[in-house]
Design a protein around this ligand. Structure first.
Ligand code: WQD
Length: 338
């Protein structure tokens, strides 16, 4: 009997790639999404890549009655909770929205799961919960001092999950802290399609490459890093998707709560990413140096040993593949899914 997994936010960037990987790994899926930052067309593409159809519902996870109807129609054996709002800048301007959306969606989902006796959950968290941590690489036990509202909204949900797992030992919960997911499915059919001007490095570079943006502003070149630009742990979204499946498999065997860093364990600077992208795409990426972006840290990357030892998961794809796949997606879909 195939297991059916509910994927919240399944039309989003991470969710859609994870859906492809779940289907390829023999799971059935049901997607819910409110399409606030994604489009239904994404799900057609997931179906096209997978050669499989699956049910999906346009609902907001905070809508308990709508969620209950979906739970009433299917028998789930686990949930991947990827739905959430994720703009660092918007969260600073509108903290209530971020606590409201990210907390209420999680609480509503957990209440529904608890009521149905379904206690297997993979939660999308972020390395941003570490904030200004003194020890690099970040380990899962590193102290959490998120320096943004967005980061705190993720940390609070992590706290709720810890309390839940302490109160009831039958929960099976994996918290996944993503580092910097980039790239796209190698088919070029799905990828990252941000609304408006991209905030993140790789989608911005992609838009420069297709001429939608004139040049990249590199935020800071006086950091204490080898070339002065910020260093991050970029990982291919397909590796990240595989990490979700490994975590879900693990929760089929084990109870309790466990947190995993998902990254490659090595950092690249902004300039290294620009050079790798130019090499992969054959396009020049004009850039200028700009002041540091508020809240940015100089350098961080993951200690990935727990995911390697416990899940037998390692990010395999190189920076060159991340850039080549991001470029394939962007060049085939210059206007995104529109
Ligand atoms: C990477 C590097 C920038 C844009 C954020 C969130 C994190 C996660 C991913 C979660 C930094 C530099 C960027 C640009 C630049 N999201 N940069 N010019 O800030 O590491 O992580 O997004 O859900 O939680 O914190 O990612 O891609 O924005 O930046 O120079 O136009 O690129 O300064 O050094 P970041 P990023």
């Amino acid at each position: 009997m195939k297991q059916t997994i509910l994927v919240t936010g399944g039309a989003g960037y991470i969710g859609s790639h994870t859906c492809v990987e779940l289907l390829a790994s023999g799971y059935d899926i049901v997607v819910v999404d409110n399409f606030s930052n994604s489009k239904p067309a994404v799900l057609d593409r997931v179906g096209q890549i997978s050669g499989q159809e699956f049910p999906w519902y346009e609902i907001d996870v905070r809508d308990r009655a709508a969620l209950a109807r979906v739970f009433g129609k299917h028998r789930f054996s686990g949930v991947l909770h990827c739905a959430g709002v994720k703009s660092i800048a918007e969260a600073q301007r509108d903290p209530l929205k971020y606590y409201q959306h990210n907390l209420e969606a999680s609480l509503t989902l957990l209440e529904e799961m608890a009521e149905r006796g379904l206690k297997r959950l993979v939660f999308s968290s972020s390395a941003t919960v570490y904030g200004e941590c003194t020890q690099i690489p970040y380990r899962e036990e590193s102290p959490l001092k998120p320096n943004t509202v967005y980061g705190r909204s993720k940390m609070v949900v992590e706290d709720v999950l810890h309390d839940l797992a302490s109160a009831d030992e039958s929960w099976r919960i994996a918290i996944l802290r993503y580092f910097n997911p980039v790239g796209a499915h190698p088919s070029g059919l799905i990828g990252e399609d941000p609304n408006g001007t991209p905030n993140n490095l790789m989608p911005y570079i992609c838009q420069v490459a297709v001429g939608k943006q004139a040049e990249l502003a590199i935020f800071g070149h006086d950091y204490p890093t080898p070339d002065g630009t910020g260093v991050r742990d970029y990982l291919h979204v397909a590796d990240l998707a595989e990490g979700h499946v490994r975590a879900l498999d693990y929760l089929g065997r084990e109870t309790g709560l466990v947190t995993f860093n998902l990254g490659t364990g090595r950092g690249y600077s902004v300039l290294e990413v620009v050079r790798a992208f130019e090499h992969a795409s054959g396009r020049a990426i004009p850039f200028r140096y700009a002041p540091r972006r508020s809240g940015d840290l100089a350098s961080y990357y993951a200690d990935t040993s727990r995911a390697a030892n416990t899940l037998d998961w390692r990010a395999k794809r190189s920076l060159g593949e991340m850039c080549a796949d991001a470029w394939r997606w962007q060049s085939k879909n210059p206007g995104g899914y529109a």
